[in-house]
Structures are given as C-alpha cells and as structure tokens.
Design a protein around this ligand. Structure first.
Ligand code: NAD
Length: 349
C-alpha cells in the first residue's frame, strides 16, 4: 500500500513510518517540521527506496493538492497536529489553525484527489485522534471510554481534536469519502519529545532537578507503548470498517505519581545515584487548569474486529523507554538545545 502519512516526523507518526516501511509499505511523509518534529526519528528508514519526505504545512491547501496529485496514495494516515495540552492553554490559536483548519484542508485535498480518481472504494482517510475528546472519567474502574461515549472535550487541544473528528465523520457521511477514525490513550516510548511527562521525568532525574508532578499526582492515564499503537494504526487503516472509529488503549491504568515512582525505581537500578533514590527529587507543583482526572479505554472493538492487543506492559515499556533515553543522549541533547526546551526545563543540553 502507498501511505500518505502526515506528521511523520513527530513521535507517533515516526513510529508509524518506521513500522510501515519495515512491513513493506511505501510511505510519503508530509510534515511541516514544527518544533515537535525531528527528522532523526526517521534515520532507520530515511535511505529506503520506499520512503519519501515532503516538507509541507497542512494549512497550505495548494501544497496539499500538489502532493496528492504527484504522489497518488492508496490511503492517508493523518497524524499532523499540535499535540501538547499545556501549549494549547498558552496559545490556542495554532491548535485551531492546524488541528481544525488543517484537517479541513486534508479532507478537501483528499476528496478532490479521490473524486478525480473515480471515487475508488478501497481508498482510506484515517484520522488519528485522542481519548481526550471524551472528557474525564470518574474513578470507578468499571467505567471506560467506548466508541459510544459522548464527546466532552475540556481543553483547547481536545476541543480542536473533537472538532476535527466531527469534520472527518461529516466528510464520510456527506461526500462518501471512505473515512476511518481512531482515538487512543497516552502514548509513551522512544523518541518522545522531551516536554511530555515521561521524558521530562527521566531527563530531570538525570540532571538532578526536581521531578514535577501536577497537583497530588492522582490523575490516571491509560498508558500505551508507541510501537503497540503503530501496529494498531496500520491494522485500522488496512482492515478497519469504513465510517467506524476504534478506541485504542494499553489497558495500563496508572496514576501520574505511580509512573514517576516507577521511572525512579528503574533509574535507581540502571543508573544508581551515589546516595539515595531519584524519588527524593519528586516535587508536587500547581495543577494544570481543567486537568482531567481519569482516562481509560475500552479497546474491545479493535480487539474483537481486528485481532489487535497491546503486547507491552507499562513496566516493560517504561524500562525500554528509560534505557533508550540513557543510550540516546545524541538524540535528545541537540533537540533540547534547538527548541529552547532545555533552557525552559533548566537542563543543560
Ligand atoms: P507530535 O507533536 O510529536 O508530532 C506532530 C507532528 O506534526 C510533528 O512532526 C509536526 O512537525 C507535525 N505538524 C504540526 N503541525 C503541522 C502542520 N501545520 N503541518 C504539517 N505538519 C505539522 O505529536 P504525536 O504525539 O506524535 O501525536 C500524533 C497524533 O496523535 C496527533 O494527531 C495527536 O493528537 C494524536 N494523539 C497523540 C497522543 C499522545 O499520547 N502523544 C495520544 C492520543 C492522540
């Protein structure tokens, strides 16, 4: 299959591109290379004849029309987005432009290309979204997000993703574009941009800095290892039923504090301090406004219909992730310096 992947230089997109090329697909990666992108994420595939990179902004409709026309993909996997909740609180405008208007442009370019090609039934437009569109869950462990949970986004980020989900569904219903959607829980793993919780904790710990935990650390997330997610996405785009959405979760509910303590334990074993534990660096900081209490996913639909299940437990995934950051400072040091994130976190790049 020839896949047009947007956001392929980001965290999840690059995992999808690496896996798709490994699986024998042709991949065209369309990415504007914002602060969140890193082309080094693609080093394992960048010399493959099955991989092409097109630098373009999804807010630029003319560029998208040209790429569809020249590349003629069999399917689109649309991941390009502004993705960091804290940044959406500080500056929501870019989230509206990229996540909503950018998705509208992608849909219109795809629709034009698909219509000109005679509306092939096998074409797919796969929109990659988040469980944050469903809002926040109570602590009762029997209550999970299903594909039928009503939308209730609560941050500018989740509202922009909810809006883009609605556009994608509308283009399916109104124009017959063969769309499929997926909503996943929090991803983690190698190549995660160092402003998200898990890499921030690992890098702050190594730098001897405080390990910031929002509020009392009781917020619960369902952690999904990024390579498990990439595998699920490739199944959804190739075998998912048109018009359907699939919830994808790791079945790994943990509080933020549990995650931080587990990382400290792994670091204590892998890179022991001269005295004491990394856990002594844990510091509680003022909570994020509108911080959702709990996300947890019911993945039965993708498990039953497409035979997917997550392979990596959160303990194993965290061990792999910590080791990856310990062994790959040549990846994160330049990124911290180039994006100014190192200075913001007080970590020397
Ligand atoms: P990321 O921030 O790591 O990467 C986003 C990529 O999109 C970057 O390479 C960036 O350059 C590109 N991009 C941003 N704006 C663009 C634009 N205007 N034009 C073209 N490219 C642009 O994001 P991620 O964590 O890999 O997330 C990928 C997708 O998955 C997003 O749609 C996100 O909403 C969704 N998602 C992520 C998570 C998670 O835990 N990371 C969870 C659920 C859903």
């Amino acid at each position: 299959m020839k896949l047009l992947v947007t956001g392929g230089a980001g965290f999840i997109g690059s995992a999808v591109v690496r896996q798709a090329v490994r699986d024998g697909h042709e991949v065209v990666n369309v990415d504007a290379l914002t602060y969140a992108a890193c082309l080094d994420n693609l080093t394992p595939v960048s010399n493959s004849p099955r991989y092409t990179f097109e630098q373009a902004d999804i807010r630029d409709r003319t560029a998208l029309d040209r790429i569809f026309e020249n590349q003629r993909p069999d399917a689109v996997m649309h991941l390009a987005a502004e993705s960091h909740v804290d940044r959406s609180i500080d500056g929501p405008g870019t989230f509206v432009e990229t996540n909503i208007v950018g998705t509208y442009n992608m849909l219109e370019s795809a629709r034009r290309y698909w219509t000109d090609a005679g509306r092939p039934a096998e074409f797919r437009f796969h929109h990659i979204s988040t469980d944050e569109v469903f809002g926040s869950l109570p602590s009762d462990p029997s209550v999970l997000f299903t594909e039928h949970t009503p939308y209730d986004p609560r941050s500018p980020y989740s509202a922009s993703k909810a809006a883009s989900d609605h556009l994608v569904r509308a283009w399916g219903e109104t124009y017959g574009l063969p769309v499929v959607l997926s909503n996943c829980s929090n991803n983690y793993g190698p190549y995660h941009f160092p402003e998200k919780l898990i890499p921030v904790i690992i890098l702050n710990a190594l730098a001897g800095k405080p390990l910031p935990v929002y509020g009392n650390g009781a917020n619960i997330r369902d952690w999904l290892y990024v390579e498990d997610h990439a595998e699920a996405l490739l199944l959804v785009v190739s075998k998912g039923q048109v018009g359907r959405s699939y919830n994808i979760g790791g079945a790994n509910e943990r509080t933020n504090l549990d995650i931080v303590k587990t990382i400290c334990k792994i670091l204590d074993a892998e890179r022991p301090k001269t005295s004491g534990s990394y856990a002594e660096q844990i510091t509680f900081v003022a909570d994020r406004p509108g911080h959702d209490a709990r996300y947890a996913i019911d993945s039965s639909r993708i498990r039953v219909e497409l035979g997917w299940r997550p392979r990596i437990s959160v303990e194993e995934g965290l061990r792999r992730t910590v080791r990856w950051y310990l062994e790959n400072d040549q990846w994160w040091r330049p990124l911290l310096a180039r994006t100014g994130v190192g200075e913001r976190l007080g970590i020397k790049a």
